[in-house]
Design a protein around this ligand. Structure first.
Ligand SMILES: CC(C)(COP(=O)(O)OP(=O)(O)OC[C@H]1O[C@@H](n2cnc3c(N)ncnc32)[C@H](O)[C@@H]1OP(=O)(O)O)[C@@H](O)C(=O)NCCC(=O)NCCS
Length: 187
């Protein structure tokens, strides 16, 4: 996959992206949301091998400098559905790139015949659900205290709520139950 916007290229990962991947993943070690507490530079080596072969993780490259500033995840799920996820290097957050990259991928996936795209986040992760709303996903659910990523000082789980956002392919003809015949599992 390769998609271009004015400032960004969204493409498959390459082995040469290891340092850029390592930079933004290390920023996630102690992050409040989407944290990777066990991430290390050594893990970046393993991760770049996996991601460069993956058709679910896509690098977000900043065109001017060719730096990889984050990634989009489009995880394959049953029934021709994809789960959308996104992470940006902190130096590139709150500049509109998360919304631009997500919208580009979202449009591309629907053109390719993906049936449904959904995403989940904590209600406190405002930039995350704002991106979802900006790209056209609708809030479908609010699950109360259904996930736990951290424990309190006594070791008890701290539960968080989850928003679920989703959109159905607007190009899909499902009148009388007939689905678009060009639905594909590959992007
Ligand atoms: C979530 C993330 C990808 C959003 O991308 P982004 O490029 O920073 O977001 P945008 O600049 O496109 O802004 C989207 C909206 O969020 C708001 N926003 C962005 N960063 C914000 C911040 N730090 N505080 C408050 N609002 C913020 C923007 O103002 C905008 O709101 P608007 O639609 O009302 O104008 C990015 O913040 C990130 O990488 N976060 C850490 C990883 C993460 O939490 N991923 C999601 C897991 S579910």
């Amino acid at each position: 996959m390769k998609i271009e916007t004015d400032d960004l290229i969204i493409r498959n990962f390459d082995m040469a992206d290891e340092n850029d991947l390592c930079e933004y993943m290390l920023q996630r070690v102690a992050a409040e949301f989407e944290s990777y507490p066990n991430f290390t530079p050594e893990k970046a080596k393993e991760e770049i091998v996996l991601r460069s072969k993956s058709d679910e993780f896509f690098a977000i490259e900043f065109k001017k400098t060719h730096k990889v500033i984050g990634n989009i995840y489009l995880g394959k799920r049953n029934f021709n559905t994809r789960e959308l996820g996104f992470v940006l290097n902190v130096d590139y957050q709150n500049k509109g790139y998360g919304s631009i990259a997500s919208k580009a991928v979202f449009d591309f996936a629907f053109k390719k015949g993906i049936h449904r795209i959904y995403a989940e986040c904590a209600p406190q992760n405002i930039p995350s659900w704002k991106v979802m709303e900006r790209v056209g996903l609708k809030r479908e659910a609010h699950f109360e205290k259904n996930v736990s990523f951290h424990n309190d000082d006594k070791g008890n789980p701290i539960y968080w709520d989850t928003y679920v956002y989703a959109a159905i392919n607007p190009n899909e003809n499902d009148v009388n139950g007939k689905m678009n015949p060009s639905l594909s599992d590959d992007l």
